[in-house]
Design a protein around this ligand. Structure first.
Ligand SMILES: [Zn+2]
Length: 470
């Protein structure tokens, strides 16, 4: 009997240490295999998208998603799972918006339109006015109040199609959406419509946040996006006849802030429990689709990272947390709150990885860190080559993990192929069917592999801080 016990103990030691005798190549191969053959990310996304649906901050969907996220993380048997309270803005769309172009009295063509997040409503009867089409804010100044007052300003600068990184093209357009109303208000415009930030010509209007900053409430004008096809149509009609009128009606509203939560789960580190590594995405989404790419994909991939690590029997040296951030889309309150509390508690966040660029085929990562840290990370790049992951570049990370930035830590963002992302971004077609199972799973495995390597090797600044502290 005693002999049997000894054999059993030996066997269990062998079993639990087998992972440590594996090469990095072997561990990573197993991670990809598990994700592709036994993954949970796609099932989770199916539930989040099809059973819960859209999750705008302060909505019932967001509340359900918080409860679901907590429950699923508890099932994984992590060391800790908890909710971090955060107050979030609550904006509601109200009745479906309606718009048309009027080329002559009674002669109208309807337009696909949606209010921008944070916008005020039109009057209950809507707004009808002449249109001034422009490409940028400088044109407002050139035209002056005399040409803009009483009119609807139409921002029609398209995404730059020759940029390979479509996020860069997005960056080149988004000021029209975010502060277009604020700028046009100064010249007496009565409303603003924006060409949807979409590289494709189609009929989907794309929402997204906008801001009046601290402009007086009575001066605020309604702001909405129209589809790229409708933007092209309106532009052509204006070319033919400057007196074409535009009508739109929307009944959206900004309500009082409400209580919500970040959902957090942790595997506590075995050697350096006070060094934290975060992986996350944002649990909230816009309200038009169900936010499958933005950012349901990032949420389930981040959850899958901890599940795959556990499945592989990896016991991380550092504490690894999954954070499902609330309110990235219209406030970033969750990301800010997480960083604020981490700072208050003196938690040393050495690494944070975000997935918030859609569930498409992963290409690599973008790293926000020092040159020396980046050079060490580049040493891991060959391990990703068999999975066609080649993009390791310095650059931004993600909006939610951004507030965790310090002089010594490393922030990273998963960089999937971005060519189709803006076909779906913030639009009603961002739904479960737009996400490919294998592409999603490859992303989860890629993230897990990086977390594994970072935990195992760290980068130099970490050991420096540890030595200083010790
Ligand atoms: Zn997002």
């Amino acid at each position: 009997m005693k002999k049997f016990k000894i054999i059993l103990v030996l066997f269990s030691i062998l079993f639990t240490t087998s992972f440590y005798s594996q090469t990095d190549e072997e561990v990573i191969k197993e991670i990809y295999k598990q994700s592709l053959t036994n993954g949970k990310s796609y099932d989770w996304l199916n539930y989040l998208s099809n059973q819960i649906g859209s999750r705008l901050s302060g909505s019932l969907g967001a509340e359900k998603a918080v409860a679901w996220g907590k429950e699923e993380l508890e099932i994984l048997g992590l060391d800790k799972v908890w909710l971090q309270p955060v107050m979030v803005p609550k904006w509601v769309r109200g009745a479906k918006e309606y718009a048309y172009i009027e080329s002559a009295p009674g002669k109208t063509s309807t337009v696909n339109i949606c209010a921008l997040g944070g916008s005020v409503a039109t009057s209950p009867l809507g707004i009808k006015a002449n249109v001034v089409e422009i490409q940028n804010f400088e044109e407002l100044e050139v035209l002056g109040k005399e040409n803009i007052e009483g009119k609807i300003v139409f921002y029609n600068r398209p995404m730059q199609a020759d940029l390979i990184q479509t996020h860069e093209a997005y960056g080149g357009c988004v000021n029209q959406r975010y502060q277009g109303a604020l700028e046009a208000m100064k010249y007496g415009a009565v409303g603003v419509i924006v060409r949807s930030i979409n590289l494709r010509l189609d009929d989907f209007p794309h929402t997204g946040s906008m801001s009046y900053q601290d402009a007086p409430v009575e001066s605020r004008i309604p702001s909405a996006a129209i589809s790229t096809n409708d933007a092209e149509l309106l532009s052509t009609m204006l070319e033919l006849d400057k007196n074409v009128k535009f009508y739109f009606k929307q009944s959206c509203k900004q309500l009082k802030d409400v209580q919500s939560y970040n959902v957090i789960g942790e595997i506590t580190g075995t050697e350096y429990p006070n060094e934290y590594m975060v992986v996350g995405g944002h649990l909230d989404s816009w309200d038009l689709g169900d936010g499958s790419h933005d950012d349901g994909a990032g949420v389930v991939q981040s959850m899958e990272v901890l599940r795959l690590l556990k499945e592989a029997g990896i016991k991380p040296k550092r504490s690894i947390r999954v954070v499902l951030f609330m309110n990235e889309e219209n406030g970033l309150r969750g990301g800010r709150k997480y960083a604020e509390e981490a700072k208050q508690k003196g938690e040393n966040h050495v690494f944070a990885l975000e997935s918030d660029s859609g569930g498409f085929t992963p290409r690599g990562f973008s790293f926000d860190c020092s040159d020396s840290a980046f050079n060490q990370i580049l040493g891991w790049q060959p391990l990703f080559k068999p999975y066609l992951i080649h993009y390791f570049e310095k650059g931004g990370s993600g909006a939610d993990v951004g507030p965790l930035k310090s002089d010594s830590n490393v922030l990273a963002g998963l960089r999937p192929d971005s060519q189709r992302y803006f076909d779906y971004h913030h639009a009603s077609n961002d739904t479960f069917d737009a996400v490919n199972k294998r592409e999603l799973e490859l992303g989860a495995a890629t993230m897990t592999s990086l977390m594994y390597l970072y935990d195992k090797y760290g980068v130099n600044p970490i050991s420096t801080t540890r030595q200083l502290k010790d």
